[in-house]
Design a protein around this ligand. Structure first.
Ligand SMILES: [Zn+2]
Length: 140
């Protein structure tokens, strides 16, 4: 599915977030989430000297949204990566990592996710399509 104007607004918000907070090796990914209540919240990743302490931008955005507005569900989410100094290209949409796919699904099994579609393009997919046969507690 192609991006709507609201989807593009989300990409632009994530891009603005990482452009304003980019620090090489520390903040390289921005994210934006639109909750089902209509709130748009951004986040940037938190890298760390001890790698397992790092937190993805999507998790920061989801955490901000939940803190500010409660658990309203995720209508759409996107992450974008800022190139390193000297690296070709501009800020571009990236796919959520495996851990973020689990997190997004946990907070909204029907979330829309904006993903890369080649040559700088992006498209919309469903979180369930990015995480088939998801782990679940107990029987479902
Ligand atoms: Zn992630």
């Amino acid at each position: 599915m192609a991006l709507s104007a609201k989807d593009q607004e989300l990409v632009d918000a994530a891009t603005a977030a990482i452009k304003s907070r980019y620090r090489n090796d520390w903040q390289e990914v921005g994210a934006a989430v639109r909750t089902r209540s209509g709130r748009l919240v951004t986040g940037v990743n938190l890298d760390a000297y001890v790698g397992r302490g790092a937190v993805c931008a999507e998790a920061v955005a989801i955490g901000r949204a939940l803190t500010e507005d409660g658990d309203q569900g995720i209508e759409t989410i996107v992450a974008v990566r800022h190139p390193k100094p000297g690296e070709a290209g501009d800020v571009a949409v990236v796919s959520p990592c495996g851990a973020c796919r689990e997190l997004i699904h946990d907070y909204d099994a029907k979330a829309r996710v904006i993903v890369p579609a080649g040559a700088g393009a992006a498209e919309v997919t469903q979180i369930g399509d990015l995480l088939p046969n998801k782990y679940r507690r107990g029987m479902t």
